[in-house]
Ligand binder design. Structure first.
Ligand SMILES: *Cc1c(COP(=O)(O)O)cnc(C)c1O
Length: 395
């Protein structure tokens, strides 16, 4: 049995999204900036896609900028608020310790330029409380940027409360909603969101295309300079096919959000219940406010990488949820941020599900993971030390 359980990394495209893209590779291939009729036909498709995306988020079409994905949208949102803040002498930003690297690395760049960033602590409840944002606000705060939902451990943040606090303080609020879009209900007006990033390939759309919602009146700087596309805010001939695929995928996801949530969260809960029975294991992330498809665990006494390789041999494609992909020994910054010590953080497993998964696949995972964990522990010198009392258990 082949099981794909790495949907937080990327998803399979939906048939609807693929079909929506096809005409724009062949018949309707013209440049949407061209004034001739074929160009105008492409422009109409772009307009329709923009309207669809805006409807899904509860904003106006002109508040949507198409980008090359979530990373670009995050970069543009944060750099825009920083540049505008600096002009007014405001160089303080509030974020969290478990953001995606697209956010963290952009913030690190700004810190080198003299910005000060407060990274909210996420150890308590593996989440952020809105009151932490309120307490961190300063006269010179030019931006609050917190993710909507965490990609590694699945915690869903109190976005509406954070948004209300920012609105009251008059501080722009950006959220990286890449894991939330198409999976959780979003309404940028009701949730007081000023900027929001999303990415098509996380909700069964194509890779390399995303969007940034920017509330009317929020000034933007360009990350990509060139032509006047996207109201002069993002140069480059639009990825018309990709954008149409994204719009179709987002609409499909939003139309089926409740049934998908019911199906996916039932599979998630089944796995959490079963994997929790593994001795010396711990669930990562907020147990209540949690993405429907996220299952994240640490198992003491094993290496996440070995676990992944063995699971792969059993047909299960998962992730360690850690950044140690290129032989680096650093465990995931997210797991360290929630307070897992290095040794424990190394034994992590993230299973991320979608509505394309089945209960039969979950049974395969629930049977295989405990076997593989036991097998690895049997060969582990660390596990032997734990069992003989030479080392103390942490979990
Ligand atoms: C995947 C992801 C991104 C990056 O999106 P890309 O479209 O791959 O650039 C950013 N933030 C979060 C939370 C993500 O999960």
């Amino acid at each position: 049995m082949q099981v794909y359980a790495d949907n937080a990394a990327t998803t399979r495209m939906s048939r609807t999204a693929v079909d929506a893209m096809m005409p724009y590779f062949t018949e309707i291939f013209a440049n949407p900036s061209s004034l001739h009729s074929p160009g105008q036909q492409a422009k109409e498709a772009l307009d329709a896609a923009r309207k669809t995306v805006a409807d899904c988020l509860g904003c106006e079409p002109r508040e949507i900028i198409f980008t090359s994905g979530g990373s670009e949208a995050d970069n543009q949102a944060i750099l825009s608020a920083a540049r505008y803040g600096a002009k007014k002498g405001k160089k303080h930003i509030i974020s969290t310790a478990f953001e995606h690297h697209a956010v963290l690395h952009t913030l690190a760049k700004l810190e080198k330029e003299g910005f000060e960033v407060t990274y909210l602590d996420v150890r308590e409840g593996h989440n952020v409380k809105a009151s932490q944002v309120r307490d961190a606000l300063r006269e010179d705060t030019c931006l609050v940027t917190t993710m909507y939902a965490n990609n590694e451990i699945g915690s869903v943040l109190p976005i509406e409360e954070i948004g209300a606090i920012c609105a009251e303080a008059g501080v722009p609020f950006h959220t990286d909603a890449v894991q939330a879009a198409g999976h959780l209900h979003i309404n940028v007006k009701e949730q007081h969101i000023d900027m929001l990033s999303l990415s098509a390939h996380k909700f069964h759309g194509p890779k390399g295309v995303g969007a940034l919602y920017v509330r009317k009146g929020i000034p933007l700087v360009n990350v990509i300079e060139g032509g006047a596309q996207e109201r002069g805010k993002r140069a480059g001939t639009e990825n018309v096919a990709g954008i149409c695929g994204m719009a179709a995928a987002l609409k499909e996801a939003c139309d089926h959000i409740d049934e998908n949530t019911a199906k996916v969260s039932a599979m998630r809960d089944y796995l959490i219940e079963n994997l929790s029975k593994i001795p010396h294991s711990a669930l990562n992330g907020d147990p209540v406010h949690r993405l429907p498809g996220n299952v994240s665990f640490c198992f003491e006494g094993i290496e996440g990488e070995s676990l992944l390789l063995l699971l792969d041999m059993h047909g299960i494609a998962a992730s360690s949820g850690s950044a140690c992909t290129s032989g680096s020994l650093d465990p995931s910054h997210v797991l360290l941020a929630i307070g897992r010590v290095h040794d424990v953080a190394h034994g992590s497993l993230r299973l991320s599900l979608s509505e394309y998964n089945t209960m039969e696949e979950m049974e395969h995972i629930a049977k295989t993971v405990p076997e593989v964990v036991a097998y690895l522990r049997n060969m582990s010198p660390v596990w032997r030390d734990l069992q003989t009392g030479k080392r103390q258990y942490i979990l």
